[in-house]
Write a protein that binds this ligand. Structure first.
Ligand SMILES: Nc1ncnc2c1ncn2[C@@H]1O[C@H](COP(=O)(O)OP(=O)(O)O)[C@@H](O)[C@H]1O
Ligand SMILES: [Mg+2]
Length: 145
């Protein structure tokens, strides 16, 4: 049974792990029979959240760990991505479109906006110096228009 099924993994926060995490989360969601488009939505959102852990939470000198947890409930996947990095002082501002603290690195400031666009719900909890947890939900509604 898919209902209540879950997995959790801990992995080094490195760019080279981004595609592995994205594919693993998507593969787990396949059990809920998503459309290709829905699965791509999940991949895009996960990719943005993981990139944020690598780029913002940790630095090149101070790498850390990402915890990814996915649980299935009915036709919904709940995806939690947690880091123990620098944290965000003002989450509301950070989530605004085009807001970025790294414009010099050509960040678009659209990461959170993309997560919100492609997922059905996004919650961000963060504490400065302790880390950030992003929880995203996606309900797969086959052939719904
Ligand atoms: N995991 C995180 N840890 C610390 N800061 C973060 C994290 N995720 C996002 N942020 C902050 O929120 C801002 C907005 O994130 P986002 O919308 O993805 O835009 P971008 O990554 O292009 O800057 C970032 O510039 C950064 O300051
Ligand atoms: Mg980003």
């Amino acid at each position: 049974m898919n209902n209540g099924n879950y997995f959790e993994m801990k992995i080094k926060a490195e760019t080279c792990n981004e595609s592995f995490i994205r594919s693993t989360v998507a593969a787990f969601c396949v059990a809920l029979d998503p459309t290709l488009e829905e699965l791509n939505d999940v991949k895009t959102a996960v990719s943005e959240a993981i990139t944020n852990c690598v780029v913002h939470a940790y630095s090149r000198e101070n790498s850390g760990e990402i915890t990814v947890k996915v649980s299935l409930s009915g036709k919904t996947a709940i995806i939690e991505i947690r880091d123990s990095g620098c944290g965000i002082s003002d989450v509301e501002t950070a989530m605004k479109p085009f807001y970025t603290t790294k414009p010099e690195e050509e960040r678009s400031g659209m990461g959170f906006t993309l997560m919100q666009t492609f997922m059905d719900g996004v919650t961000v909890k963060s504490e400065v110096g302790r880390g950030t947890t992003v929880v995203m939900e996606k309900t797969f509604v086959k052939n719904a228009k």
